[in-house]
Write a new protein. Structure first.
Lengths: 163, 185
């Protein structure tokens, strides 16, 4: 609006380098945890990805199951940081294998890490990776860690829709 | 014989579903109270040891035990309550009142929607805690330990338990003497 005002007045010589107000409206858009539609509609989404965050507890569930967020819950910060660390470590160790989100469930001092991986990994490799992940994580976190993996034939079978 | 009730309540900060703190704290509490009462059980610290009943000892009696469960997911609580009540039925424990408060606890955070300014536009997040209570009546110590061990080992992820026990004990000797000298008419 301001820009139009400045340019419409003939008497003022408009210099190209003229400084102006940035007068467009703020982009009040909620975009975290949501995926953009592609022009070709070919972005694959899993069920988890297809539901934006406000559907948690309605259509989809939480990815971390613990008691930190309850009333008088303890170790909220530590648990959150540990969960981030576990997720990074597992996605890095099982490179390009996980087709779903990594679910972390805590009971007593036990941590169970669940997820869906692709088939086609050599059996020995898989056993090694399971042992490696459990051993290292339980050493770092100082508590028993268990992996609960399920497999699917290929990544496409977890796809819920294309947008 | 005269009895009175004593409530053994674990401090509130100790309730937790994780890190194994819950059980150890509570069992210590029992022993703490049990030492100066008519309990003749040898003081053992771990629960597994406590399960073994030494010969010639008296079990403590519990008037009632209240289990408070809290979780972010009410369906999980309902299912867990069914599980615990079923286990109690199988063990022949009298189930008392089981109830849930009508409203969940809501921890709400109201923040600005934008990073900076624009005070009129807010966004509200909330963290809910659903509660459920179960009471079990008239238990002996060994039954209680077995039962609690079973339901606490099977606690689902994301569920915290708080257990309040009411035990029946003898009147302390000083008080008992007082009572003998008083005539009730």
């Amino acid at each position: 609006m301001l820009r139009a005002l400045v340019q419409s007045t003939d008497k003022v010589a408009v210099v190209p380098q003229l400084r102006q107000f940035h007068a467009s409206a703020a982009c009040c858009k909620v975009q975290s945890g949501r995926y953009k539609i592609t022009p070709k509609r070919d972005r694959p989404l899993t069920y988890e990805m297809a539901n934006p965050p406000h559907f948690i507890a309605h259509r989809k569930s939480w990815n971390s199951w613990d008691t930190t967020t309850l009333l008088d819950g303890q170790r909220a910060a530590e648990t959150a940081v540990e969960d981030v660390f576990i997720r990074r470590f597992v996605t890095g160790t099982w490179h390009d294998q996980f087709c779903s989100e990594i679910i972390i469930k805590r009971q007593h001092n036990l941590i169970r890490i669940a997820g869906i991986i692709k088939q086609g990994l050599a059996v020995r490799k898989m056993y090694f990776l399971i042992g490696y992940t459990e051993e290292l994580l339980s050493n770092w976190l100082q508590c028993p860690v268990k992996l609960e993996l399920q497999t699917v034939e290929n990544k496409e079978s977890t796809i819920f829709k294309y947008i | 014989m005269s009895y009175y009730l004593r409530v053994i309540n674990s401090p509130f900060s100790n309730i937790l579903g994780e890190n194994g703190m819950l059980r150890s704290v509570i069992s210590k509490k029992i022993l703490l109270f049990g030492n100066n009462l008519n309990c003749t059980r040898p003081s053992s610290t771990s629960n597994s040891e406590g399960l073994k009943k030494s010969s010639g000892s008296n079990d403590m009696l519990y008037q009632s035990v209240e289990v408070e469960m809290r979780s972010g997911e009410p369906a999980v609580l309902l299912s867990y309550e069914w599980f615990a009540s079923y286990a109690a039925n199988q063990l022949g424990i009298t189930i008392g009142k089981c109830w849930a408060p009508p409203k969940a606890h809501h921890n709400r955070l109201t923040l600005l929607k934008s990073v900076h300014i624009y005070k009129k536009h807010r966004v509200q997040y909330e963290v809910r805690t659903y509660f459920r209570h179960m009471t079990y009546e008239r238990l002996t110590e060994s039954t209680l330990k077995t039962f609690l061990e079973y339901i606490q080992r099977n606690v689902p992820e994301g569920v915290a338990l708080k257990i309040t026990k009411k035990s029946v004990v003898n009147l302390p000797s000083q008080l008992a003497d007082e009572f003998q000298s008083v005539n009730f008419k």
